[in-house]
Design a protein around this ligand. Structure first.
Ligand code: APR
Length: 319
């Protein structure tokens, strides 16, 4: 069987880290693309030269022309501008929308059958725009946010409980941003839901509330520390987990930004927003629809409405 081809559109901090992780996991051959001349070529060659040391067989190349992504099985999009301290993800709509127009056309012309993972912010509206411009079917395009948000939630929970990362699961719904909805009662330590752990005296409700807020602010916490850009190690690891689920037909249940049709999750109309899905060779094979209580539904609706608001802004900019 021929090796899979993975195209990385955007070869900045996240793109470079994606390329490295894909090689370490031997997921396929990597084509790095960027508008910056020399960057994808240089990073590609540098990582290629690490493969004999790691003992992995993956080819790497870099390009400034979209023809290089022809026939890709997976495309991971990080092209665009990250935020700086004081900026919200939403401040990036105008500039990154134009980038999605170019990337979408590149995908349409060269690999319309690929599984597309968007990481560029503001995430949910960028996934919407990328689907609009690329014409990729809704089951074959997702946004990476929930895997990262739940990884941040899990990290803080592991620290609080002093238990292994392997035994903590977390459930996050909604858009990537201040309105994300961490679902405490579906987050567990070895199957024990967090509210039970409060009852067992493992933590307090107050501490749990602080962890939820830190999760919501997780991206900003990193931006404020780095000052020159945004997070990239955890976002790249999250994107690779999604690509691997597709390439290996793992049927993983992961929270992703996907097209939630009107009627699903109580939504009045279609919206791209974060919900748990099954990812396998068919892309998004199923949306996992859980029952929300009134408070959770209200939070989810608020989050979906925030995405709708940004889509409206984007449509206005598209003219
Ligand atoms: N086409 C291709 N690449 C582009 C384009 C474009 N039209 N515009 C910008 N780029 C490239 C830049 O040249 C740069 O190499 O996108 C890359 C972005 O890299 P970084 O600035 O290092 O940003 P990164 O940290 O990787 O984040 C990328 O992901 O999480 C989001 O908010 C983040 O939107 C940002 C994106």
């Amino acid at each position: 069987m021929a090796r899979k081809k993975i195209a990385l559109v955007g070869s900045g901090n996240i793109g470079g880290t994606l390329a490295h992780l894909i090689g370490l996991k031997e997921l396929g051959d990597v084509v790095m693309f960027d508008i910056a001349e020399g960057i994808p070529q240089g990073k590609g060659l540098d990582i290629l030269e690490s493969t004999p040391v790691e003992g992995v067989d993956c080819r790497y190349s870099g390009a400034n022309d979209y023809s290089a992504i022809k026939g890709a099985d997976v495309v991971i999009v990080t092209a665009g501008v990250p935020r700086k301290p004081g900026m919200s993800r939403d401040d990036l709509v105008g500039i990154n929308l134009k980038v999605m127009a170019a990337v979408g056309q590149g995908i349409k012309d060269n690999c319309p059958g690929a599984f597309v993972i968007c990481i560029t912010n503001p995430l949910d509206v960028m996934v919407w725009a990328l689907q609009h411009y690329s014409g990729v079917p809704a089951n074959m395009i997702v946004g990476m946010a929930g895997v990262l948000d739940s990884a941040r939630f899990r990290t803080f929970l592991c620290e609080e409980f002093n238990v292994s990362v392997e035994d903590v699961t977390a459930f996050v719904l909604g858009g990537h941003g201040d309105t994300m909805v961490p679902l405490v009662r579906y987050s567990t330590v070895a199957g024990i839901p967090l509210p039970d752990l409060v009852k067992m005296g493992w933590t307090t409700q107050e501490k749990l509330d602080k962890i939820v807020q830190r999760t919501r602010d997780g991206g900003a916490e990193i931006v404020n520390l780095l000052k020159t850009g945004s997070a990239y190690y955890a976002p790249a690891a999250s994107g690779v987990a999604m690509a691997e689920a597709f390439l290996k037909d793992k049927k993983r249940v992961l929270p992703v930004a996907t097209l939630v049709k009107g009627g699903t999750y109580g939504q009045p109309d279609d919206v791209f927003v974060g919900v748990p899905v099954v990812i396998g060779e068919g892309g998004v094979e199923r949306i996992v629809e859980i029952e929300l209580n009134a408070a959770e539904q209200a939070e989810f609706n608020k989050s979906a409405d925030a995405v709708r608001g940004l889509v409206k802004v984007a449509k206005g900019l598209m003219g």
